[in-house]
Design a protein around this ligand. Sequence first.
Ligand code: NI
Length: 139
Amino acid sequence: MQQKVAVYRKESFNAAHRLNNPLWDEEKNKIVFGKCNNPHYHGHNYDLIVKVIGIPDSQTGFVMDLKELSDIIQNNIVEKFDHRNLNEDCIEFKGLNPTAENIAIVIYNILKEKINPSLDIQVRLYETDRNFVEYPHHI
Ligand code: NI
């Protein structure tokens, strides 16, 4: 069987952030970023879904062992971002606005290094139940 299959693992983390563009004045930041511009930060309960696409292994029938995927996400993403202030505590967001879009790109780039390169991955990040992003967008 050579058909590709997508498998998914969902994890979650809680983190604080503030969206702000230092090139703009206070008023413009407030208008563009709304509550997410609150100077004293605020938190989100992020849900992270990692999609892995590949051909099931002939011995195991797995695209990827989901326990291993869970461990990779826990050790490299949750450990790094859970209960942190993304702006202040996380080097990845020095000079990078921690929008859901940018967080998803950062997470993808970290995970891509840790997962077998023969597999395609995609990250879906929920900032709220209704607002979520995917990166990359095309798979
Ligand atoms: Ni926010």
